[in-house]
Design a protein around this ligand. Structure first.
Ligand code: ZN
Length: 133
């Protein structure tokens, strides 16, 4: 793993949370992007080497809606950048980790992404991501 690429935070409303995080981090949101397949709208902030990704639900029954119903707003996942996502998937599978999706899919912010099942990663939803060059 190269570094923590970003931390994903589930929010009820980007309109409310973007100004909050702009004040908190003293930096402007630099990108908003909808990921239609995931039913989320995202907003990104840079904090040095790492980023904060805010996630808002866009369709009834979406994963962020379910998360907020269960746990409320807050930290949703931690994303680690990897050099080669396919190599990392086979390494992690050999180590016994289970994936929610074993085939990398296109995520926000120009990334190929995979999620590990939290049951195999200490109840933490872990994303691994590789920049699409
Ligand atoms: Zn993410």
């Amino acid at each position: 793993m190269v570094k923590i690429e970003h931390i994903g935070i589930a929010v009820k409303s980007l309109d409310t949370s973007i100004p909050l995080y702009e004040k908190l981090l003293d930096t402007n949101c630099y990108k908003k992007e909808e990921v239609a397949g995931e039913n989320v709208r995202t907003a990104f902030f840079k904090t040095g080497e790492s980023k904060i990704e805010l996630l808002e639900n866009t369709a009834s029954g979406g994963v962020i809606e379910k998360f907020i119903e269960k746990k409320g707003e807050g930290i949703h996942h931690i994303a680690f950048e990897v050099k080669d996502i396919h190599e990392e998937i086979s390494r992690l599978k050999k180590e016994g980790f289970v994936f929610l999706n074993e085939t990398p899919k296109r995520g926000a912010d120009n990334k190929l992404i995979c999620f590990l099942h939290p049951k195999s990663s200490g109840s933490v939803l872990v994303e691994i991501c590789q920049e699409i060059l």
